[in-house]
Every structure is written in C-alpha cells, then in structure tokens.
Design a protein around this ligand. Structure first.
Ligand code: DON
Length: 601
C-alpha cells in the first residue's frame, strides 16, 4: 500500500517554500512547527506548494501555468495555458504542429478522462508510402520529408480540453503565449544549445531558418531575445476564431501552401476532418493503488499496467532498489511487454486492440511463470504472448469507414484536487524541421511512429506489423504515457510522464515503482538511475549511476548491456503532499525545466 514518503510524514502548519532548481534546494521555510515538511537529509527535494502546482520542461511555461492557477483557473486552464506557452518557449517539443494526450482527473466527479489528440494520417497516406524501389524503408523520407507529417491535433485537443473542462475565458488562457511570441523572451542556455545542435538540419528550410535563427543564419545566444511574430498571429487567430483559427482560414492556407510547395499530403479536408477523441483510460490495480494511463493509440497505459501486473507477484522492496535481482525482473517484464506491443498495439479505430487480454492478471501470472529468476531470456526466444493472430484483429475496411472516425510532459494540479497529466510531441526534436511559412510553427514527423514495413524498426528501434500499418485517417502508435496514480481511497496522489520515445513507458513505470514500492519522495524518484529494455534490440540500456557490481551481476545472468550508458527521459511530476499540498519535481536530467507552486493564500 502507498504510504507517504518516509521523509514527509509530518505536517507543518505554515510553510513558505521557494523554488528548487534541479538538484539544489534553494527554498526555505518561514517557520515550521514540528518537523519540516521536506527533510533536509534527503538527497533530492521537490518544490512544495500549499495549493496547486505546475511542472514542465520550460520554466517560463510553468510560470504561465502557475499564474493561471493564481487567477482562479483550474488544472485544465493551467495545462492549456502551459501547453500554448510551450509551443512558444520550447519549440523542439511544445507545439501547434504536433499532437498529444491529456489525462484529466476531475475531483468533483471522481472521473478520469483520456483525451486523444494524436496526429492522424492524411487521406492520401498509404501503407507503402515510405518504401523505396527496393521495398526498403526510406528513413530520410519517413523522418525528415514533408510526408512524415500527420494532421496536427494539438490545437484541437487543447481547445477541446478548455471548452469542456476549463473555468477561465479562453482569451485569458492563451494570452500569455501570445505575449511570449509577440514580445519575445530571453533565450536560455538550453534553447540556445538545442537550436545550435539542429542548425544544419533546420537551416535547409527557409522558413525554419527565418523563424529560429538570427538574420545572419547563426543560432541565438543565451540572453538574446527570440520573437516569433508569425506564431503570435497564428495564436491570435486561434484566440479569436477557436478551432477555425487553425484548421480553416488563413492558418489552413499556410499549411496547405507549405504542403503544395514541398510535396506534402495534408489537404484542407484533412485539416477539417481532424477529430479529438475522448477515450476510457486504461487502469490497473498495483497492490492498493490504482494506476491510470493513456489507452491506444498509445501503447503506454496498456503496457504500464501489464508490466505492473507481472511485477506485483514479487516482493520487490525486499530485493532492494536497483539491485541486480530487481533490474533482472524489470528487464524480463519489459521484454515480454514490448514483444506484445509489436504485434497487438495500434489505433483502436482501425484495429481491435486486445486490451482486456493484455492487462489481465491471469495473463500476467502466466508470463511471470516464463521468467527464470536466475537467467536472462533471449529476446529471439520470446514471442508475443497472446494466442491471437494479429491479422484476425484488423478491422474490416467497411467498419473502419463506418466508424470513421522531441516530446514533452507537463503536469498540473489545482487547489480543488483536479489533476492533469499531458504528454505532447512533434516526434523528433523539432519534428521534421520544416516550419510552415507564414504560420510560424514546426511540423511533426509522427508518421514515422507507424510501422512503415513489418519488422523494420522506426526511429526508436521499435518494430510493428499489421496493427500499426499506415492507413488514411489512422493514428500512429505512441509510447507516450501520461499517468495518474490514485491512493486506496481513490484520491489522486501522483501525476507523471516523460519524453523519451520507446523508453517512455519503462521510465514512467520506474517512477511509479520508486514512489509506491520504494517509498521515495517524487524528487528522489525522479533522480534515481533508470534502465530500459524493449525486446528488440536485445540489450539493456542503463543510466550512469548504477553500481558496476550490479552491472557485472546482470552480465553474469546473461544480459547484454548497451555499451554506452545513456540518459533517459525528462519526467515532470507532481505528488500530493501529506497536508493536501503538492510536491513538484522536474527531472534533473535536463536543463531549463521547473516546478512552480501556486501562491499560498
Ligand atoms: O509518440 C511517441 O511515442 C513518440 N513520437 C514520442 C517521441 C519522443 O518521446 C521524443 N522525445 N524524446
């Protein structure tokens, strides 16, 4: 059962806490009766708020969200404002030209909603569109060609969230993003180095060069001001016309003109036909806690629950955090889940995803039995585990027609206990690098998340088959896993999520295990070293910070470790504090992120 993190079991009556910059606690308390709410002996500390909290990859955007909470907005208002602000201040992943998923928990109704605003394949897309004459996948086309763009969903999604669940006027919610774009903001070290690293790719496109680099073609330096006036105009059209301000009229004209200039597929009709879908979250029970996350077309929720189901059968706490015995179990569970992902996961509007079977506890028990606790299995011997032929799950054309239907995470929490957990992306950092001339925003390359050819790996080394084949109007399979975890009484206690492509699901799972099983505070949970396995390629990716002795033990068990350690993800999480306040924690792995607390009353 979830207990409050061991460092946090006493409550202060009046606390005034300032900000935390990644590793270092700069904050202090005006006065604390009894014990401090944040234990100074902990190695990593969250930001504490007496009421709401906003956590995102970019500090200005977090501040925008917190200001919205200060003005009486709820968690959805704060999330929508943060989302639009990120489209200005974090152009590598915050976006208007991409898509995302938003998990919303409504405290009053005790209800959790999963909003799907993933990109959709244009009507002219086809199964073999990324194959060359030799029948091989042309990665350049799938990653950086204009055809790699799916129909953007972010604007429709954020508008839908606000229209349905927001409290403040939309004009007030989008205003900070307009101001940041029109007046500009000081480029951070993070943004300056990120843009510099993509200069050669982006500068190939006139509009991208114009929008994100200086007139002499060089990258902005730290402290210089980046103004995005065309983007500001696009945001103003969204502010005044709503959905039509993006999917019709001038913005649509800019998008279609860009497509025509560069040979892209998106038409006025595709834009007009874009649909947001409100879906049932995938929820599972991990000991006393309910864990809810994004359902298909994300694979995140299904495999998160599946993996926790298998892990629930072992006493992980006794094994010890990041011990070889623990990591061995994680790897074997990940291996089996990603094998299933390759066969059974796709857009549920096109393919009957066997969700119930995959998250079934009996299925988990049967998979657990296949795991040797002393030896690594070989991925070549581990196949998708359900006794179902994926071809039998393909929805008939008629049915589909009839029903016709660098990534970033941010979390918000309001004083009423509403919680939002959102992951959004252009797919690669800066998408395909192509900005829409006149409209000021970058296009996604999400079409690469489809399986362009059965068995052929995508940009994240993930393979797939018929379930995730390209079809007009279909949504590419995602790994994005915005999640909300609940206590035994059904109250939310954690919102989390991460970028990281294929590693997202396993990162989110490790955050949840760190909090629930190892009783870490959210800052400690975020900082702890991570591992990842995805069935194929058959190797364990490890972050720096794991003991060399542990790695040696894993090798002796038969695991192949990825040669170079690698950093994984950038979680942006909020945990409920013992007195119903909030703890925010930005992942220390990346610069520029931040948790900002709502002002105390
Ligand atoms: O939807 C997905 O799974 C991918 N397009 C996410 C890409 C991503 O996380 C990139 N960020 N590091």
């Amino acid at each position: 059962m979830y207990k409050l993190p061991r460092i946090l079991s006493t409550v202060v009556t009046k606390t005034k806490v300032c900000l935390l910059a990644n590793f270092f606690l700069l904050a202090c308390f005006s006065h604390a009766k009894e014990a401090a709410i944040i234990d100074p002996s902990a190695r990593f500390h969250p930001v504490y708020g007496e009421r709401g909290m906003v956590v995102s990859q970019e500090m200005l955007a977090s501040q925008v969200g917190a200001d919205i909470l200060n003005r009486g907005g709820n968690a959805v208002d704060a999330a929508v404002a943060t989302g639009f602000a990120l489209a200005v201040t974090l152009p590598r992943a915050g976006n208007l030209g991409g898509g995302g998923f938003m998990m919303i928990h409504l405290a009053d109704e005790g209800k959790t909603i999963a909003l799907d605003y993933r990109e959709m394949a244009p009507a002219a897309a086809g199964r073999d569109m990324f194959l060359n004459e030799a029948g091989e996948v042309d990665n350049q086309k799938a990653w950086f060609g204009i055809e790699s763009s799916g129909v953007p969903g972010s604007v429709a999604g954020l508008l839908h969230a606000h229209d349905t669940y927001g409290r403040l006027d939309f004009a007030d919610v989008i205003a900070p993003a307009i101001k940041l774009a029109a007046e500009g903001f000081e480029v951070t070290v993070d943004l300056s180095s990120s843009l510099a690293s993509r200069l050669s790719r982006m500068a190939k496109h006139q509009a991208s060069k114009k929008y994100f680099y200086k007139p002499d073609g060089s990258a902005y330096q730290h402290g210089e001001v980046l103004r995005q006036t065309d983007l500001a105009e696009t945001l103003k059209r969204i502010a005044s016309e709503g959905r039509a301000g993006f999917y019709q009229g001038k913005t649509a004209e800019f998008i279609v003109a860009e497509m025509q200039r560069s040979g892209g597929l998106i038409t006025y009709e595709d834009l007009n036909n874009y649909k947001v879908v409100s879906r049932e979250p995938v929820c599972g029970q991990y000991h006393q806690n309910k864990v809810c996350a994004m359902p298909p077309p994300s694979s995140g929720g299904v495999h998160l629950v599946q993996m926790l189901n298998i892990l629930e059968g072992w006493d992980l706490q006794t094994l010890g955090h990041n011990s070889a015995a623990y990591i061995h179990r994680l790897v074997e569970v990940m291996r089996r889940a990603y094998a299933d992902r390759s066969a059974y996961l796709g857009d549920p509007d096109f393919f009957v995803v066997p969700i119930k079977q995959i998250v079934d506890k009996t299925y988990a028990a049967s998979l657990r039995k296949t795991i040797d606790l002393t030896r690594a299995s070989q991925s070549a011997q581990v196949m998708p585990g359900l006794d179902i032929d994926p071809y039998s799950l393909e929805r008939g054309k008629q049915l589909a027609e009839k029903e016709s239907v660098e990534t970033t995470h941010y979390s918000t929490w309001d004083q009423w206990g509403n919680v939002v957990s959102t992951t959004t992306t252009l797919n690669f950092s800066y998408g395909n690098g192509i900005a829409v001339d006149g409209a000021g925003f970058l296009l996604n390359n999400e079409m690469d998340d489809f399986s362009a050819k059965p068995g052929s790996p995508n940009g994240y080394g993930l393979i797939g088959g018929v379930a995730n084949a390209i079809e007009p109007g279909k949504r590419p399979l995602s790994s994005m896993t915005p999640a909300i975890v609940f206590d035994a009484d059904g109250a939310p206690l954690l919102a989390t999520g991460s970028p990281g492509g294929s590693t997202i699901i396993t990162i989110v799972m490790q955050i949840i295990l760190n909090v629930l099983t190892f009783e870490m505070g959210i800052a400690e949970a975020s900082a702890a070293p991570r591992i990842h396995h995805q069935w194929l390629p058959d190797r364990v990716a490890c972050e720096p910070g794991l003991s060399v002795d542990t790695l040696q033990l894993l090798k002796v068990m038969g695991h192949t470790l990825r040669k170079e350690p690698r950093i994984m993800g950038s979680t942006q999480s909020i945990q409920r504090a013992p007195n119903n306040g909030t703890f925010g924690a930005s992942d220390p792995r990346r610069q520029g992120s931040g948790a900002v607390a709502q002002e105390s009353p």
